[in-house]
Design a protein around this ligand. Structure first.
Ligand code: GLC
Length: 564
């Protein structure tokens, strides 16, 4: 076990116990962060080499996308061994060293746990394929006979979230066409049966394994999908998730998280974070009620258009639901599944939904406008009460790469929809670190293997090196904002008070000393009374805040409150 803050960061024990309530969490997509061994894929050695970058950015924790052994049919969300590291990323010893080094820098580590499904190469699934129908091995998954005279039709009409049917037929060990198994995602991702006691025990042991190695929390993948109605009722694709839904957000999933919470509390300061894509905010709040998950991702905020009244409504609604259950809100602008924020905010329609990605990709993009708005959105997001996620590359202002050649695309969504859905590769392109041409320092100099996804040559202006010490860069904006957020006790968790403002303007006070104003209208607006300017996302016009610009203002004469 490693002590946090052994660098003498001086954070008090009390503040530490609730670190997740205010944390700025960096989402690190290992494949695309930094490649140390020159194979074109990021690795843990690359992360270790850049821990100084992360510490300098001013984040409190890092969430790693899956790093486990995997055939990589879904970029690591198809896990064949939950207790090891994929050789492409490194070894368990690398992970141990990484956790220790991060802790020494005061950075906490959150790992991704994928409990809804395994890889079809997982030993349990191999054993299930080798066993007979109705065997204990098959009961850990969802095996069912097919319909039709020869069982040639899937057990029901459920569709995979990645396109196509949610069932695949197996060949039995005697070579006859056999049962079907359920996969809500790709066929390489068979769903676990959470009614099976082995599955429950196994995941509790997996959690212990990583908590014992020093992980500070887990991000729970597809957290609302675990429980399914064994009667397999048909469902219309438009059916909203809810307690009656046969495979999403069913009531019995909460019992699983209550037991995980009891386990997490046997350790100190470990957090459970749910990835839950249900639009029903009231039901979402249930997952963070006392004794369940600590926080959930805020996808309504991530999907909200750049519109003051809609953002205000989402923010108010989020706070109203989280407040009574005592959970802090979380705020997230993008992740590895959605379009990058610069691109989203540069389109004529600034909303986002997974289901409508082809439409959003068909729209024109004004990157300059999108970047201006993304800067303002960063200051808005970092000023809201609660914890915040920053998806790697967001701090550099990277855009969605929408012109990846078909032959380089990797996402199963693109394949399984026959190219109708462009998929998520555009948000997963390797980071540019330095230099004038690809791989921009992502891989070591002289590497012959290209990065696993191609980088746009225009990213030469968006490398860490190019943006460092460049006062107008996205990176310096993030560094400054995160430093202020850390030193101002009023930011992070705590109360928020809306201030009167013109139409199209969001203005709110945090504590006595800090106020945030965001102008989403088309005209400049006067700044409210203040005693100093803490940070601006763009150049002010005297006392006027230009459109698509945000500021943090000092609103009291005192020099602020003591750092938390
Ligand atoms: C989650 C992950 C996504 C993955 C899916 C299946 O939504 O964020 O990347 O493809 O689950 O595991």
């Amino acid at each position: 076990m490693h002590e946090l803050g052994s660098d003498g960061s001086g954070r008090s024990a009390v503040a530490d116990a609730a670190w997740w309530r205010s944390a700025a969490i960096y989402q690190l997509y290992v494949r695309s962060f930094a490649d140390c061994n020159g194979d074109g894929v990021g690795d843990l050695a690359g992360v270790r080499a850049q821990l100084g970058y992360l510490a300098g950015l001013g984040i409190d924790a890092v969430w790693f996308n899956p790093w486990y052994p995997s055939p990589m049919s879904d970029a690591g969300y198809d896990i064949s061994d939950y207790r090891n590291i994929d050789p492409v990323f490194g070894t368990l010893a690398d992970a141990d060293a990484l956790i220790a080094e991060a802790h020494a820098l005061g950075i906490r580590i959150i790992i991704d746990v994928v409990p809804n499904h395994a890889s079809d190469r997982h030993p349990w699934f191999r054993a299930a394929l080798a066993a007979a129908p109705d065997s204990p091995e098959r009961d850990r998954f969802w095996f069912r006979p097919g319909r039709g005279p020869r069982g040639e039709l899937p057990p029901n009409g459920w569709q995979s979230i990645f396109g196509g049917p949610a069932w695949t037929r197996v060949t039995e060990p005697d070579s006859s066409p056999g049962e079907w198994y359920l996969h809500l995602f790709a066929p390489e991702q068979p769903d676990f049966n959470w009614a099976n006691a082995d599955v429950r025990t196994e995941f509790e042991e997996v959690l212990r394994f990583w908590f014992d190695r020093g992980a500070d929390g887990v991000r729970i993948d597809s957290a609302a999908l675990l429980s399914k109605d064994g009667r397999l009722p048909e469902v219309s694709p438009d059916e909203p998730p809810g307690p009656q839904h046969p495979y999403s957000d069913r009531d019995d999933v909460h019992e699983i998280y209550r037991s995980w919470r009891r386990l997490a509390e046997q350790y100190q300061e470990r957090v459970l974070i749910g990835e839950i894509w249900i639009p029903d905010a009231v039901r979402l709040a249930r997952y963070v009620s006392p004794g369940e998950l600590h926080t959930v991702f805020n996808f309504p905020y991530l999907s909200c258009p750049w519109d003051a009244s809609q953002l205000r409504a989402v923010i108010d609604h989020t706070l109203a639901l989280n407040g009574p259950v005592g959970s802090p809100a979380t705020w997230v602008l993008s992740n590895h599944d959605v379009d990058r924020i610069v691109t989203r905010l540069g389109r004529p329609d600034t909303a986002f939904s997974l289901q409508r990605r082809p439409y959003f990709h068909s729209l024109p993009v004004d990157l300059e406008l999108g970047t201006r708005r993304a800067r303002a959105a960063a200051l808005l997001t970092l000023a809201l009460p609660g914890s915040v996620y920053i998806y790697q590359g967001e701090e550099l202002g990277l855009w969605e790469v929408q012109d990846i050649p078909d032959e380089r695309k990797q996402d199963p969504i693109w394949r399984r929809t026959g190219g109708a859905d462009p998929g998520r590769d555009g948000s997963r392109v390797p980071l540019p670190w330095a230099g004038d041409e690809p791989p921009f320092g992502f891989s070591p100099a002289g590497s012959v293997v290209q990065p696993w996804l191609p980088q746009p040559k225009e990213w030469r202006d968006l490398t860490v090196a190019a943006e460092t010490a460049n006062a107008g860069s996205m990176l310096e904006l993030y560094r400054a904002a995160l430093a202020i957020r850390r030193s101002e006790a009023a930011l992070g968790d705590g109360p928020i008070t809306w201030l009167p403002s013109a139409t199209g303007v969001l203005a709110f006070q945090r504590g006595a000393g800090v106020c945030c104003v965001v102008n989403l209208s088309a005209a400049p607006v006067p700044l409210p009374d203040h005693s100093g300017l803490l940070l601006a996302s763009g150049v002010l016009d005297g006392q006027l805040l230009p459109p698509d610009c945000a500021v943090w203002l000092r609103t009291a004469d005192q020099a602020g409150t003591p750092p938390r």
